[in-house]
Design a protein around this ligand. Sequence first.
Ligand SMILES: Nc1ncnc2c1ncn2[C@@H]1O[C@H](COP(=O)(O)OP(=O)(O)OP(=O)(O)O)[C@@H](O)[C@H]1O
Length: 230
Amino acid sequence: MLQLDDLRLRQGDFRLTANWTLAEGDRLALIGPSGAGKSTLLAAIAGFLRPDSGALRWNGADLTAEPPARRPVAMLFQDQNLFPHLSILRNVGLGIRPDLRLNAAQRAQALAALERVGLGGMAERLPGSLSGGQQSRAALARVLVQDRPLLLLDEPFSALGPALRAEMLDLVTALLDETGGTLIMVSHAPEDARRIGGLLSLVDEGHAAAPVPGGEAFANPSPGLRRYLG
Ligand SMILES: Nc1ncnc2c1ncn2[C@@H]1O[C@H](COP(=O)(O)OP(=O)(O)OP(=O)(O)O)[C@@H](O)[C@H]1O
């Protein structure tokens, strides 16, 4: 379980509060206006931003002072962070060992992850020779080999068209079904939240609301959500 315990965050003059929990295996979409603090909240969960006050816990363990690498978190950013001069196998291998000294089992693990995301046979290709969707798949394979229980996605597929984005979200949810992982995803698109079929938190007016089932939230939107949806 992820606990955001009276969390208070600050970036310059901007402030955000959150006070809720997420059960293991939950899928949460964070939606809200531009600049409302969605990425700020993800950064705090990932450990890139230290809260002003409050605590972050994972299954009871206090993460608040833990550095990013020691958190149970894998994160996928909008720009995918693939290194252009490394094959996609080596890009995925970075998720296992940053010095890339992979033994045979680790190399096999990276190849299996590529296979799982539909890139079997493309291991030696450079990212620049792949389509946008294939690059997203490679980035997802790197997240997969990190084997962390909490996956954070910060608009990772926003450069893709709607059909490809839906395909990637379906792949993510299929992978989570297999691993039992927990997902927090930032998105501007309400249809993305519907696609992952989980919980929804509206981030607005300095506050990240407690997650509610997305279906209910869309069927009976709060005034804030109605404003956001337009
Ligand atoms: N490093 C920083 N220093 C000062 N202020 C910052 C910094 N990073 C973000 N902010 C401010 O924090 C607020 C929240 O930004 P954040 O990126 O979390 O919003 P967001 O909801 O993710 O926006 P978007 O949907 O546009 O990506 C904004 O007002 C932004 O200007």
